[in-house]
Ligand binder design. Structure first.
Ligand code: B12
Ligand code: SF4
Length: 597
């Protein structure tokens, strides 16, 4: 008989102490604290057959660290909060968080709950499934493979009948949507935060052996004091900074949560806890770092609180033991509103950034900051429909100008963001795609740089677009949509920007892949955009041949014009030290001098 991989031969009856009452875990690929954000993002997107690329680049990525008792030294912030929530009711020796390979050390006859936290278990979210599809594989990104492996381990436990499997985290919905409860052996998926009393009630029921509902929706706390903070080490030193956002994009999940900025003293305690437990890196998790310090104040949240932000980040990077700091998400309009804030943050954060862009950065050590920002579309028509407040305080009519001016300010300060684009929005027309291609060409013409991440529209659960249908598979993409996708990748691989990606190798390899597999998989609409991407035929020639869209120059507003377009009632929130103040706002003499120029 084939040995059960879940139970090592030395412990057929499980752990000597009978195991822990509640065992928490997460897929290995979501738990590793190795090589920074990029490796996890790559594993969310690359198909499993490309795992060798990751193995060659990061040969030690599987080497995780343990505490003396075999539990995990670090876990994603979500697991740490479930642990913290449970420890309000259970003893510490009843609860453990461990890596998947160590489950057999903790799951035994005494175990009543195995709780899994997951970010993206099945790879069906945006910017994940699409790349595995382009690369010609089934829906099996590396992360999804390891998530399935984790569930298979739990399913095959000899003690499986004794415990319930509860799943939570930002990717739990994928199990609900694909109805993979049986296949993955999941009893219940929790939608919402672990702090909720309903979550604790669910664990109580599971421990009593009661039946659990398939899905439980629990309430998000509305008070900032109700949010817990980890006091142990989190993967990548993730500490929450805000919940919610407030810009109300229709496709967005995190915006469904209440807009809260979390107390500085608690953030700092969690930073220190990470350092104490051996972390050298910190990252504040947020949808938009720029709302922190400006939530529920007299100033609208989209005019950032410069002093508060500089003070917070200064204390974080100056905490003894913090050697690296990385940004998570933000929006772009604040860069237009307050360039001085961007400059001051750059001065503070660049020295501790682990990201280097040798060919782009003007920093003496070539350091850069790379937050994730949503661009989504260059079409004003589309933007009005799906994200009418994305650029506030500016009008969504000016969205392309806000993107270009914001990116200019960011690039000047060595911020080179990763920007997401949605391809195949419900109702997207060729004109909409052309508008987005125009914006991308305009970035190129102006020498602006962002790492562009186009992904196929994914209707996320509970959002206002949940029931809408867009493009579902790469085969359905139009030639223009393919051109947009491949142009983004071509810009990302501008020679020399990412040495290890080896832009040339990618381009040559892409033609090989096309010949071998992709032309059948992605269909004829993919052909010319792929040739454009490969560089084998110059773009100008393809345009002349009418094989790709040539684009048209955009007429946009500069920063001064954008500020002048604000509602006069908002002028009071602008900071004169940024310049470009609307004329009526500056003292009369200065206004006359400006008009005379
Ligand atoms: C930091 C972060 C990352 C980091 C680090 C992740 C890590 N391993 O720690 C990096 C950059 C690597 C990353 C990558 C990706 N991310 Co990410 N990420 C975040 C971010 C900013 C914070 C996550 C976090 O730690 N929050 C704090 C913790 C405490 O919250 P939480 O995990 O949700 O946990 C709470 C509840 O969910 C619940 N809970 C959690 N687990 C469990 C378990 C049980 C049993 C129970 C009962 C409850 C429960 O309780 C917790 C609170 O008490 C969020 C946005 C956000 N604000 O949440 C996006 C977010 C989660 N990421 C997202 C995406 C799309 C991705 C990628 C797919 C992007 C990509 N293509 O590369 C990849 C996938 C990575 C992977 N491994 O597969 C989306 C998820 C969308 C979705 N719902 O599917 C989000 C919401 C961003 C967004 N704006 O849309 N991400
Ligand atoms: S700006 Fe980003 S986080 Fe805010 S609502 Fe829009 S998509 Fe969501």
């Amino acid at each position: 008989m084939k040995p059960n991989p879940f139970v090592p031969p030395s412990a057929p009856d499980g752990p000597a102490d009978g195991g822990r009452l509640i065992v928490l875990t997460a897929p290995l690929t979501e738990a590793i604290d190795h090589a920074g954000y990029f490796i996890q993002m790559a594993m969310a997107s690359l198909p499993i057959w490309m795992e060798g690329v990751i193995n060659r680049k990061y040969p030690k990525w599987r080497e995780v660290e343990h505490n003396d008792d075999g539990s995990a030294r670090y876990m994603p912030a979500g697991v740490r909060l479930v642990e913290k929530s449970l420890l309000r009711e259970y003893r510490s020796d009843d609860v453990v968080a461990c890596f998947p390979d160590d489950l057999h050390k903790f799951v035994g006859p005494r175990t009543r709950v195995v709780a899994v936290s997951t970010h993206n278990p099945l790879g069906v979210t945006f910017a994940a499934g699409v790349y595995t599809s382009i690369f010609g594989s089934s829906k099996m990104p590396i992360n999804s493979h390891y998530s399935r492996e984790l569930f298979a381990k739990i399913k095959s436990s000899p003690f499986r009948d004794n415990f319930k499997v509860i799943v939570g985290g930002s990717g739990g919905w994928q199990i609900i949507q694909t109805n993979t409860y049986e296949e993955l052996s999941v009893d219940c998926v929790v939608e919402g935060r672990s702090e909720s009393a309903d979550t604790l009630e669910l664990f109580r029921k599971a421990i009593m052996g009661e039946e659990l509902p398939r899905r439980v929706d629990v309430k998000h706390p509305v008070e900032r004091e109700a949010i817990l903070f980890p006091d142990t080490r989190t993967t990548f030193g993730v500490v929450e900074m805000t919940t919610g956002c407030g810009r109300r994009c229709k496709f967005c999940v995190p915006d469904l949560n209440p807009q809260i900025d979390l107390p500085k003293d608690k953030i700092m305690e969690a930073v220190r806890a990470n350092v104490r437990n051996g972390n050298k890196q910190i990252s504040l998790a947020t949808e938009d770092m720029f709302i922190w310090g400006q939530v529920h104040t007299d100033t609208p949240f989209y005019f950032p609180n410069r002093e508060a932000l500089v003070d917070l980040y200064s204390d974080i990077v100056n905490t003894p033991g913090v050697e690296q700091h990385v940004l998570s998400h933000c929006t772009i309009a604040p860069a237009v509103v307050d360039p001085q804030l961007i400059k001051q943050l750059s001065d503070l954060l660049l020295p501790k950034s682990p990201i280097h862009f040798p060919y782009l950065s003007s920093h003496p050590e070539k350091k850069a900051l790379a937050p994730l920002i949503g661009l989504e579309t260059g079409s004003v028509r589309m933007a009005k429909q799906i994200m009418s407040s994305k650029g506030v305080p500016f009008s969504i009519e000016d969205w392309p100008s806000v993107v270009l001016e914001g990116l200019r300010v960011l690039n000047e300060n060595n911020w080179f963001p990763a920007m997401t684009l949605i391809v195949g929005n419900p109702g997207e027309t060729d004109e909409d795609v052309m508008d987005t291609i125009d914006l991308v060409y305009e970035m190129e013409r102006r020498g602006l740089f962002a790492f562009l991440i186009p992904s196929i529209f994914t209707p996320l659960h509970d959002t206002r677009m949940e029931k809408e249908e867009g493009v579902r598979q790469t085969r359905q993409l139009t030639p223009l949509q393919w051109q947009l996708m491949m142009k983004c990748w071509k810009m990302n691989l501008r020679p020399g920007q990412y040495s290890w990606w080896g832009p040339m190798a990618w381009r040559v390899g892409s033609i090989g892949m096309w010949l071998y597999k992709l032309r059948r998989l992605n269909g004829p609409n993919f052909t010319w955009p792929l040739w454009m991407f490969s560089g084998a035929i110059p773009e100008k020639t393809l345009q002349r041949m009418g094989k790709i869209y040539a684009g048209k120059p955009l007429k946009t507003k500069n920063r001064r014009e954008l500020l002048a377009s604000l509602k006069p009632k908002d002028w009071q929130y602008l900071r004169p030290d940024n310049g470009d103040m609307p004329v009526a706002h500056v003292p009369q003499a200065a206004a006359q001098a400006m008009t005379a120029r």
